[in-house]
Design a protein around this ligand. Structure first.
Ligand code: FES
Ligand code: FES
Length: 155
């Protein structure tokens, strides 16, 4: 491990001991203890590790911690406010849009980035934006419904 690196995650500062070449995913899970962000493939293929870096959604398994210095990181744990689930989290529950749920934190973080950019996305917008997130359980139709519900549209 290298020297201290300062990260701002979900609005809180964290000093972590990490080599700058360590991945953001390792630091989030193993150093900071935010295990909501999942390890799936480790090769930027599945989207299970999606977080926001600034306004961009990124795959934390291939993002080096040095790339996150000076940019706010948002993880799934950062979405609820004052004990209330984010509308996307609530919509995934309401639409029963999960089976094993391993992919869901990454799905929600990608959808969060989408709704920040396009508050009322079309089906086409959703499918195009979410193509980097894989669900082994095949829950895609319910997930699209959940994203539409969170956007205030009819599922
Ligand atoms: S674990 Fe990062 S994309 Fe699969
Ligand atoms: S709900 Fe199981 S991988 Fe998506």
């Amino acid at each position: 491990m290298g020297g201290a690196v300062e990260l701002v995650v979900n609005g809180e500062k964290h000093q972590v001991k990490a080599d700058p070449q360590t991945t953001l995913l390792e630091v989030l899970r193993d150093e900071i203890g935010l295990t909501g962000t999942k390890y799936g493939c480790g090769e930027s293929q599945c989207g299970a590790c999606t977080v926001l870096l600034g306004n961009e959604h990124v795959h934390a398994c291939v993002t080096l911690v040095e790339e996150a210095v000076g940019k706010p990181v948002t993880t799934i744990e950062g979405l609820e406010q004052d004990g209330n689930l984010h509308p996307l989290q609530q919509a995934f529950l309401d639409e029963d849009a999960m089976q094993c749920a391993y992919c869901v934190p990454g799905m929600i973080m990608s959808a969060y980035a989408l709704l920040r950019r396009i508050p009322h996305p079309t089906d086409e917008d959703i499918l195009q934006h979410m193509h980097g997130n894989i669900c082994r359980c095949g829950g895609y139709p319910r997930m699209v419904n959940a994203i539409k519900r969170a956007a205030g549209g009819k599922p």
